[in-house]
Design a protein around this ligand. Structure first.
Ligand code: DC
Length: 228
């Protein structure tokens, strides 16, 4: 059974992480949510008032950041630790969502995160989701998927997720504004902008159930790995 690298990229709140987690469980692969790394770095910058216009301050801050994923049995996925503290909930807060695309556009931040992501892929058998996984992190991934969905569908999914986590004060309009703004910053930044790799397979999941989506992808995995 040949283990492969699966790169999943796409717009914000397309369900990439849910899809990657489901896929990793089905294949017994490791799942890495690369966005969680940019979110944890952003949380550190916010908590420590790092001036992102000051290159030395950014590089000193990165030297003090240690990121680690630990498997959460109950959730069936990994939680991210920022300097040994589990920040899985804190990184999903709106203040982090509002700032993360700006932080993720900084070159030193991307070099820091990409180097760690590439290390995680050496052993193969990994599903990683993000914005530049198929283009920059794993340009040789055996399977690349670019996910998209109608914007209002994405907003509704994100809103439901936030409401389920108890964030009841956020409106549809606020979430929509945040998604549009992040997609814009992510796809127009100079370094590793969000774009579909030439050899990525496009998946529009607006009208797909999770099960239908998983079946489509498992067939792609079969084609690329010969087995699963
Ligand atoms: O997947 P997410 O929404 O949690 O990602 C948060 C932000 O991190 C997103 O707006 C852009 C950035 N990001 C990135 O630039 N590159 C990645 N590989 C993953 C995320």
């Amino acid at each position: 059974m040949k283990k492969i690298v699966i790169a999943i990229d796409g717009y914000s709140s397309c369900g990439k992480s849910t899809m990657a987690k489901q896929l990793a469980t089905a294949l017994n692969y490791v799942f890495i949510d690369s966005g969680a790394m940019y979110r944890a770095i952003t949380l550190y910058f916010l908590n420590n008032n790092i001036d992102i216009k000051n290159d030395t301050a950014v590089s000193n801050a990165l030297n003090n950041i240690h990121l680690k994923f630990v498997y959460n049995e109950a959730e069936g996925k990994s939680d991210i630790l920022l300097n040994n503290e589990n920040v899985e909930t804190a990184i999903r807060e709106m203040k982090v969502s509002e700032y993360v695309s700006t932080v993720a556009a900084i070159e030193a931040v991307r070099i820091f995160a990409v180097a760690q992501q590439q290390q995680m892929g050496i052993a193969k058998g990994i599903v990683m989701d993000g914005r530049d996984i198929g283009t920059t992190v794993f340009p040789n991934a055996e399977l690349k998927i670019f996910v998209t969905a109608d914007v209002d569908t994405r907003v509704q999914r994100r809103l439901t997720e936030l409401h389920n986590k108890g964030n009841m004060n956020i409106s549809f309009a606020e979430v929509k504004q945040n998604l549009i703004s992040r997609d814009h910053i992510d796809s127009t930044r100079t370094i590793s902008p969000l774009r579909q790799a030439a050899d990525a397979l496009l998946l529009d999941n607006t009208h797909l159930t999770r099960e239908e989506q998983l079946n489509i992808i498992l067939n792609w995995v079969k084609e690329r790995s010969g087995n699963y």
